[in-house]
Design a protein around this ligand. Structure first.
Ligand SMILES: *[C@@H]1O[C@H](CO)[C@@H](O)[C@H](O)[C@H]1NC(C)=O
Ligand SMILES: *[C@@H]1O[C@H](CO)[C@@H](O)[C@H](O)[C@H]1NC(C)=O
Ligand SMILES: *[C@@H]1O[C@H](CO)[C@@H](O)[C@H](O)[C@H]1NC(C)=O
Ligand SMILES: *[C@@H]1O[C@H](CO)[C@@H](O)[C@H](O)[C@H]1NC(C)=O
Ligand SMILES: *[C@@H]1O[C@H](CO)[C@@H](O)[C@H](O)[C@H]1NC(C)=O
Ligand SMILES: *[C@@H]1O[C@H](CO)[C@@H](O)[C@H](O)[C@H]1NC(C)=O
Length: 344
């Protein structure tokens, strides 16, 4: 039987070539149909592109396999399913991810704020990534960096597991953010990035902190290391002992200009989804962090940070030339900065 079968096969191959041609013909037709299909598809895609359908719709299409019917349509532009190039999200591949950025200024409590967020199991905030100049040298470098962070491909000590539900970083206004604001606002709108503004109401206290921090950068008061943030009362005490001298001549100018930067940032990013948080409000009421978690659509949890506040005493005890500062601001719109103190 076996021999029969094989010899028959051989025969059909060798002796009866005409039988092969219908098969070959069928293959040719099939290939032609396939080419046609691909061509039609590509024309369709081109037309969609030509008619300027917003990119968001294209992104949605690409992400459709993970579509969760529980997510309301208005939320869809803000929900993402990144596919990191360096690892697999495995069972969390369809865990939706929100993108955020903490937009702030130096010495506004953003370090503390970020450690609070990072104590949440589903939040990864990757630090001040644009403090490195090359990453912000032009808009393409900025966008490349943003893409990497939001694709969950940025590796830092804050990177969490594949079940991250909110990913972001902190960005100071003077780190290319204001200089490139138009393109960045476009990016935030198209990619659905949430902006969390963190500002300090008392900009005089912010100045004291800036001057004191610059002093420590030079003098390294804690056993020869500079610390912008501390984790113990003893360390805070050492740093708070230094009483900065504030230039009273340029004080008004500085307070006005930081005020303007804040107002401009709020105006530029007004069309993005955003929340404004003030450091003083968080200090007085830690439960305010709940508003931030709700904004990011992550589950509510208790948050913790090891940061210890450095300057806790009344301002008059913390400025070397208090009389000058007092007289420079007395009777101006910034007078309230002189008195507003924390009740901790
Ligand atoms: C948060 O992370 C945990 C642990 O990785 C995971 O089980 C859970 O699904 C995540 N929650 C959300 C809302 O993503
Ligand atoms: C943008 O900056 C990066 C990094 O500094 C540089 O490599 C790149 O050539 C720059 N691109 C443009 C278009 O200037
Ligand atoms: C500095 O070092 C000494 C000895 O190592 C230690 O006891 C002390 O706590 C340190 N002080 C600070 C402010 O870190
Ligand atoms: C204080 O600021 C003024 C105006 O900017 C400047 O001319 C002056 O040199 C500054 N004084 C000190 C001690 O830095
Ligand atoms: C943001 O837009 C809203 C509504 O258009 C407006 O009422 C508000 O004043 C704007 N805020 C800023 C800071 O521009
Ligand atoms: C603290 O903040 C929470 C969340 O915003 C708010 O519900 C609560 O009323 C605040 N508590 C006080 C004492 O202001």
């Amino acid at each position: 039987m076996a021999e029969d079968c094989c010899s028959f096969n051989k025969e059909s191959f060798i002796i009866k070539p005409p039988k092969k041609s219908p098969l070959a013909l069928r293959m040719v037709v099939l290939v032609a149909v396939m080419i046609c299909g691909v061509y039609i598809c590509s024309m369709c895609l081109k037309q969609i592109g030509n008619h300027g359908v917003p990119r968001i719709i294209m992104i949605e299409l690409a992400e459709l396999p993970c579509h969760d019917p529980g997510i309301p349509p208005s939320e869809i532009p803000y929900v993402h399913y990144p596919e990191p190039t360096t690892y697999s999200r495995e069972e969390c591949a369809c865990t939706p991810v929100r993108y955020f950025a903490i937009l702030s200024m130096q010495r506004s409590g953003s370090g503390w704020f970020e450690t609070l967020l990072n104590s949440h199991i589903n939040i990864s905030s990757n630090g001040e990534i644009f403090s490195v100049k090359e990453r912000r040298s032009n808009i393409s470098a900025i966008i490349k960096t943003l893409d990497k962070v939001y694709n969950l491909d940025w590796h830092s000590s804050a990177s969490k597991n594949e079940c991250t539900a909110a990913v972001g970083f902190k960005w100071m206004l003077n780190q290319g953010l204001m200089a490139n604001h138009e393109k960045i606002v476009d990016y935030f709108r198209i990619r659905g990035v949430f902006a969390i503004f963190l500002f300090r109401r008392n900009r005089l206290r912010q100045m004291v902190s800036i001057v004191a921090n610059n002093h420590d950068r030079n003098t390294k008061q804690l056993n020869g290391t500079h610390k912008a943030h501390v984790h113990s009362k003893d360390e805070a005490e050492v740093l708070a002992r230094y009483k900065p001298t504030i230039n009273a001549t340029s004080l008004m100018f500085h307070l006005r200009s930081t005020g303007e930067s804040t107002a401009n940032a709020l105006e530029y990013f007004n069309s993005t989804r955003h929340i404004v948080v003030y450091y003083e409000d968080l200090i007085r009421n830690r439960t305010k962090m709940v508003d931030v978690l709700d904004f990011l659509k992550v589950p509510q949890r208790k948050l913790a940070s090891r940061h210890v506040k450095i300057h806790t005493r009344p301002l008059s005890d913390q400025v070397q030339n208090w009389d000058d500062v007092y007289h420079a601001l007395k009777g101006t719109q910034y007078e309230n900065f002189l008195n507003a103190d924390y009740k901790l």
